[in-house]
Design a protein around this ligand. Sequence first.
Ligand SMILES: Cc1cc2nc3c(=O)[nH]c(=O)nc-3n(C[C@H](O)[C@H](O)[C@H](O)COP(=O)(O)O)c2cc1C
Length: 216
Amino acid sequence: MDVIETIQQRRSTRGFLDKPVERETLERLLSLATQAPSAINLQPWEFVIVSGEEKKRLSKVLVKRMRERNISCGPGAKKQLPEHFVERQRRLLECILPNIPEDTRFDEFINEGSCNFYGAPTAVIITLDKAFSSARLTDIGVAVGYLVLAAHAMGLGTCPIGLITAFDDDIREQLNIPDEKQVVIGIAVGYRDESSPLNRARSERVPTSDVVKWRE
Ligand SMILES: Cc1cc2nc3c(=O)[nH]c(=O)nc-3n(C[C@H](O)[C@H](O)[C@H](O)COP(=O)(O)O)c2cc1C
């Protein structure tokens, strides 16, 4: 599969098979994700690969904390967002909503699903040393892009999970991550359940003319 096809096909996976991803497959995936470019080739990222019982334990803690603290997925806005962003969020909801179980509320599905990494057998947690400024979050973003595309090309599904950063302390405690590291994002990784309605949702993109400005 070439890179253009991979980019065009990939969408986030929210329905996974109950099938572990082999260690060698995960090693190959990480060896591809870490080919990402980074400023001054600092490669500031660290990946914690959580599978098996450890992943189940982590999900349990996160779901519990999410309920206790009533944390919800949101756009991370500092102030009221312009209407077109609100509209994009609404359209994503409309795209996912018809595919979730009938008796489940949308926010319940997303919040609980995110904390459970949508049942994926593996969660990849990416951390950044707190000595770095927020400029280095860009490098992590690039690595996430490489990881999700490489995974797709390898026949794996992924879903980036930003919600879990609300539980930074719990994750560090659970996974023995030192205090000097910041949890930047998690990524659910596993084999896609092609029969799951959850994977029918295909998010849209606005026309490039809405987000690209030309200056000549
Ligand atoms: C930084 C980041 C954080 C995200 N956090 C979550 C999350 O917490 N829960 C979730 O269900 N999806 C999350 N997503 C997935 C987005 O909802 C998804 O990428 C977006 O709707 C576009 O859909 P696509 O990935 O299928 O193309 C996140 C994606 C990114 C890039």
